[in-house]
Design a protein around this ligand. Structure first.
Ligand code: BG6
Length: 476
């Protein structure tokens, strides 16, 4: 099997990381509008109310809201076949619980999608990428409240109707899989997914299990609605998964690595196998977590199976049994892998991990897979010639695409697209920095929010253009 001629080459962006214009077009306040810029070793702060001397990077983003035509023209110049965008829920339902949607929000996303279609770029639309009206957190307690599932479904249906016939590929959620009652998390981790700081969550295990469950069932119900609105809709969910390797062949460590990696899969099981996994319910029972699944939900799992799986892949991690900080992930400063280099932010660079994960996931579910995010966050310097020579980024992407090709061509994995993360520099989700750049297109903006916002092609721009043009055939 070769990469298909219609292979979806492109990139992924998310509303809160690029749009800015946080008080325009009738938008409400979203959870990420209250998160400050961080720095190395200094986590982002999460505020209850905006404070005058704080900088909240989502407010400006990279001004995609006003510049989307210019940006899409650059994506088209690279030959993009697809662009994954997200809809900021707070642009459509500013508070989340209104009876009617905000027309200006609908108009904005319709204009973005129309612009993509003008260039023949397939829009892939994520309905929840760390974006939720803060009102749903303060008034209803976020996803622990089942009412939020209903508000989400209403929002989804509004979007399915508004973009009917224009958008075929939908994604219900981005990376909900990081919510897990077994894993200790930092505040930002649970906040970006559910608007709740980990340290402030009461009855943590029970609450996180309920949040994870409600989001999972919401995804299944959204799949059903999407298919009812338009049987041509193809619906996936995006998961952020790391392969977890044992630190050595000690069976204790191998077991720990399996357990740590497996935790990220229970929601995929629930969305693909037609029922919420029994092993998870048993695990919850042992932990004293109370979760009952009524008949309506059972039907939701049966009827809302995914059409495809979206996979965000950046890094792998290492686990050990004894002495490990409860299975700490290398991504966030845990055990290092001596065979791999890391990015400046400590994320391992592991192209073979992508092939491993593609094989693992395809064999488990047999569903088509699209790589929805992959990329290198790096500091770019503008050279004396005024250009950005980002060979390190080209190397990273090339090595990953080569492994993806092996997964398709040698291992026969059904992978139908590759979307790089942040094809244009944008705000980092975990740190809020602009200096952690992923793009083929440079944006003149620094961590303090200073800069002209001008766009500039990097060396990787030409490289990706050529790769797409040749359908990666010359990469070896
Ligand atoms: C993914 C998220 O997990 O990682 C993106 O879906 C995020 O929103 C990306 O930007 C890279 O992380 P960061 O922190 O480098 O922006």
């Amino acid at each position: 099997m070769k990469l298909d001629d219609n292979f979806l080459w492109g990139g992924s962006i998310a509303a809160h990381q690029c749009e800015g214009a946080f008080q325009e077009g009738g938008k409400g306040i979203g959870i990420m509008d209250l998160v400050t810029v961080g720095a190395y070793g200094k986590p982002r702060e999460i505020h209850q109310h905006m404070q005058e001397n704080s900088r909240y990077p989502s407010h400006q983003g990279i001004d995609f809201y006003h510049r989307f035509k210019e940006d899409i023209a650059l994506f088209a110049e690279m030959g993009f076949k697809a662009l994954r965008i997200s809809i900021d829920w707070s642009r459509i339902y500013p508070m989340g619980d209104e009876a009617e949607p905000n027309q200006e929000g609908l108009d904005f996303y319709t204009a973005v999608v129309d612009e993509l279609l003008t260039y023949g770029i397939e829009p892939i639309v994520t309905l929840y990428h760390f974006e939720m009206p803060i009102h749903l957190v303060t008034k209803y307690g976020s996803w622990k409240n089942r009412k939020v599932v209903d508000f989400y479904l209403k929002f989804c249906e509004t979007m399915f109707q508004a973009l009917k016939g224009k958008v075929k590929y939908w994604v219900t959620f981005n990376e909900m899989n990081h919510i897990d009652p077994q894993t200790e998390a930092s505040d930002i981790f649970t906040y970006i997914i559910a608007g709740l700081k980990y340290s402030e969550i009461e009855d943590k295990k029970q609450t996180l299990a309920v949040i994870g469950y409600n989001m999972t069932v919401a995804s299944c119900l959204a799949v059903e609605v999407a298919h009812q609105v338009d049987p041509n809709n193809l619906v996936g969910c995006v998961f952020g998964i790391e392969p977890v390797y044992p630190v050595d062949c000690n069976p204790e460590n191998v077991l720990r690595a399996f357990q740590q990696m497996d935790r990220d899969f229970y929601q995929i099981d629930a969305m693909c196998n037609g029922e919420f996994p029994k092993y998870k319910l048993q695990e919850y029972q042992v932990m004293g977590i109370d979760l009952t699944i009524d008949e309506a939900d059972q039907a939701a799992f049966r009827n809302g199976k995914l059409d495809f799986i979206g996979m965000n892949y950046y890094a792998s991690s290492v686990a050990e049994y004894e002495g490990a900080e409860d299975g700490a992930s290398a991504l966030f400063g845990g055990l290092q892998n001596p065979f791999l280099k890391t990015s400046k932010w400590g994320w391992t660079i592991d192209p073979i991990g992508l092939r491993y994960l593609l094989n693992y996931t395809y064999r488990k579910y047999g569903l088509p897979i699209i790589i929805t995010e992959n990329g290198l966050g790096a500091v770019d310097e503008i050279g004396q010639d005024g250009q950005i020579h980002d060979d390190y980024r080209i190397d990273y992407l090339k090595d990953h695409i080569i492994e993806l090709k092996k997964a398709v061509e040698i291992d026969q994995v059904d992978c139908f697209g590759y979307l790089s993360w942040g094809p244009i520099d944008l705000v980092s989700a975990t740190t809020g920095q602009m200096s952690k750049r992923y793009g083929f297109i440079h944006v003149d903006l620094d961590d303090e929010g200073k800069g002209t916002l001008d766009r500039k092609r990097k060396d990787s721009f030409n490289w990706y253009q050529q790769t797409i043009n040749e359908n990666a055939e010359k990469l070896v």
